[in-house]
Design a protein around this ligand. Sequence first.
Ligand code: NAD
Length: 504
Amino acid sequence: MVTNTDVKELGHFIKGEIVAGSSGKFSDVFNPSSGAVIARVPIATKEEVQNAIETAKAAFPAWRDLSVGKRAEIVMKFRQLMTARIDELIDIICLESGKTVDDAKGEITRGLESVDLAINAPHLLKGEYSVNVGGNINAYSAKVPLGVVAAISPFNFPVMVPLAMTSMAVAVGNSVILKPSERVPCSALFFSELWKEAGLPDGVWTVINGDKDAVNELLENPTVEAISFVGSTPVADYIFATGSKYGKRVTALGGGKNNMIVMPDADLEQVANAFLGAAYGAASQRCMAISTVIPVGEETANNLVKVLADKISKLKVGPYTDPDVDFGPVITKQSKDAIIGFIDRSLEEGATLVCDGRNPDVAKISNGFYLGPTLLDNVKPGMEVYEQEVFGPARNVVRVDTLEEAIELVNAHELGNGVTIFTNNGAAARKFTTEIDVGMVGVNVPIPIPVGYHNFAGWKRSRFGEGHMFGPDHVRFFTKTKTVSEKWFEENSESVSTFAFPSN
Ligand code: NAD
């Protein structure tokens, strides 16, 4: 485990090396498990971002022109290096995000799925070809890289989300600039060195650290062709609107408010076990975390709340250095205070407290940003805690009488990232999967995150723009199609001039 508590001054990763920031402005990076500052991350100026973009632009032609097989080889080497140094990376994730060791390992494993897909770029880039479309002309369509593309990532997955956003972009031949969350910059800087070691030419991979000013330069700079964003809904909305205004291709994934519908026939023991991890894992700081459980029928609700109350009371919150801990702290003191505010106001609005996590034991002996698991019952649509994404371990029970009512409720919410149903009734599951208005749907699967070779994205205000994160859609997002019509004249063949519009 990393125990060094010295405050490190971080840099950017430009042209194959870590370079110090020149702005003189820094943001503190915390160890959320202890509350201590572990590093200071530089906040890039507009000029620093511009220079990084120019470096990426200069590296692009040679990277584009390298054979796709060679590019895939470098991505494969990167994967091998990351696997070989997984323990170091786990330490860094745990230190800067507060995740448990198992959770950090899971995050890296899922991130590597995107790398695996990117290794398949030679296959995925195969185009279309037609022979003799007219007058000895052959036509083909090729997917070619865009140029310089940028990714802006959130704090809650310091490795998985950046890998999901960028691996394919690199493999298909783009120069990529990552702007990680200023809360968790250490992981991205660590794996940047692995790209270098894997043989990626300098300038193809850049990490620029900073805040909204750095993001604004990426959005406005004409050299940047595409923006891939993952973060909260208000920022995703802004990124999509601004990036689109500046003529860029944008996919912006936002927040989630994910529901678990529980039918009367479901096995409540199974449901409760599935709920615990999906709802409270990573201190509920996952875009696909279950925030609301919707039991169908009064009896289901009463029984489920009883089972949940018992199981939740046994969960353990604490630092990642304790192997028995179920989940760690939230990311900042501000985040902790905001979540407590949500709980307090929900009680004023009529919710009832089943489990109160506002002041867990560990918070009494540590300056870490700890919250225990809170479960609120009798939550209703219209309450703030139901309508807004609460990015921390305060979860809701909303009671309904029928499946129709549950589906209507989920469909009426402005967010549509993930949803799941627990039932043994195939007809109910089929009705649910057909009628539900959400992008990622589970049946007896608590966190229905698609595997790396399927498309990932929510609907409604959980995603702005077209295109998905990883999956086949990612190849389309990071390439443009060039269609070539090609004819070769034989020696002395006659050429005629025609003024009619060409047809076959
Ligand atoms: P955030 O929106 O605060 O920050 C995301 C990124 O945007 C960071 O790099 C940040 O520096 C930058 N940013 C923040 N404010 C900005 C502004 N005003 N202008 C320009 N850039 C800005 O999100 P977060 O708190 O880091 O992450 C948690 C959020 O991300 C949650 O809402 C969660 O649901 C969401 N998320 C969504 C997915 C998904 O796949 N849909 C995945 C992970 C996280």
